[in-house]
Design a protein around this ligand. Structure first.
Ligand SMILES: C[S@@+](CC[C@H](N)C(=O)[O-])C[C@H]1O[C@@H](n2cnc3c(N)ncnc32)[C@H](O)[C@@H]1O
Length: 289
């Protein structure tokens, strides 16, 4: 962390976070961030709007809470492994659908040479202001961009205008985003992202297509998504058939993970997810074909 938050004359106001983001942060708790800086950032957010939903989800769908914890852990683990193998990739990171996630802030603090671009439809101006106030030095290596990721041309224009270099390796991160983009748009986004440089990598998290889920997991997922839809008006969340997705995006999967493999790697044993079929959540590291 480059600066004590209290050093400013004007006190920082806590920013109010939307219901779903607040719910995820409350459920992930300490695991919502990976560094002290990330935790400082999260502590500055007002997650009160997600209290009721977090309590309900924790009780009804403990799997959902575990998904949040595991996906953040797996993302961080893979990002580190990729950056160790090919350091240049870890120095240009684009966080797609970043929302209020602390991932970019964590990475900027963890990797002193990294430049980070965060992209989302909303809230990026507020997020940038908060990051500049909390971490003025690190903030010079971060850019927050408001753009619609289903418009590839606008995304690339925004990135280039903010100093992103297509001719340098880039790590693209998409956590919790695939549910919101039409599969065609997500595939086109990943195809473009991976094409610019042979060392480019993408780390993604997504939900399996319903026909690929076991009946009880499909029912549990549908009930959870139905609850989100009725409480916050979310439209149907998107899901994926990975082989179809790889065909459409041209991406090659270099690693796969499901919650049971993540639990095993993280905790040395499986607790909630005994086999891949026990969850519809999947993650992958993708490279260019
Ligand atoms: C479930 S949140 C995940 C946020 C963050 N990655 C995390 O894991 O905490 C999904 C994010 O995707 C963003 N999003 C959805 N559709 C988008 C689009 N078409 N363009 C840009 N961002 C989008 C939403 O605004 C939201 O912040």
């Amino acid at each position: 962390m480059d600066q004590a938050p209290d050093a400013h004359d004007v006190p920082l106001q806590n920013l109010h976070v939307g219901v779903t983001a607040a719910m995820v942060m409350r459920l992930a708790g300490e695991e919502a961030a990976h560094t002290d800086a990330g935790r400082t950032f999260v502590a500055k957010l007002d997650t009160g709007s997600g209290r009721e939903m977090a309590d309900h989800v924790a009780q009804q769908w403990p799997h959902a809470r575990m998904h949040f914890v595991l996906r953040k852990w797996q993302l961080w683990t893979w990002m580190n492994a990729i950056a160790v193998n090919t350091p240049a990739v870890g120095r240009q990171v684009v966080v797609l659908g970043a929302g209020w996630s602390a991932m970019g802030i964590d990475w900027a603090h963890h990797c002193a040479e990294a430049r980070i671009w965060e992209v989302d439809l909303h809230h990026q101006a507020d997020k940038e202001t908060l990051v500049q106030r909390l971490f003025p030095v690190v903030a010079t290596r971060m850019r927050m961009i408001e753009a619609d990721l289903s418009n590839l041309g606008m995304l690339l224009m925004g990135l280039r205008a903010n100093g992103w270099r297509a001719d340098r390796p880039t790590l693209w991160v998409a956590e919790g985003l695939a549910y919101y983009l039409a599969p065609d748009h997500f595939a086109a986004l990943l195809r473009a992202a991976l094409t610019f440089h042979p060392s480019n990598r993408a780390v993604i998290e997504f939900g399996l297509a319903h026909h690929l889920m076991r009946d009880d997991v499909r029912a549990r997922t549908a009930a959870y998504h139905g609850y989100l839809a009725s409480h916050i008006g979310l439209p149907g969340l998107q899901s994926f058939d990975p082989s179809e997705f790889c065909l459409r995006s041209g991406a090659i999967p270099l690693s796969w993970a499901d919650p049971s493999s993540m639990e095993l790697a993280r905790n040395g044993r499986t607790l909630m997810f005994r086999s891949p079929e026990d969850s519809g959540m999947r993650m992958a590291v993708l490279g260019p074909a």
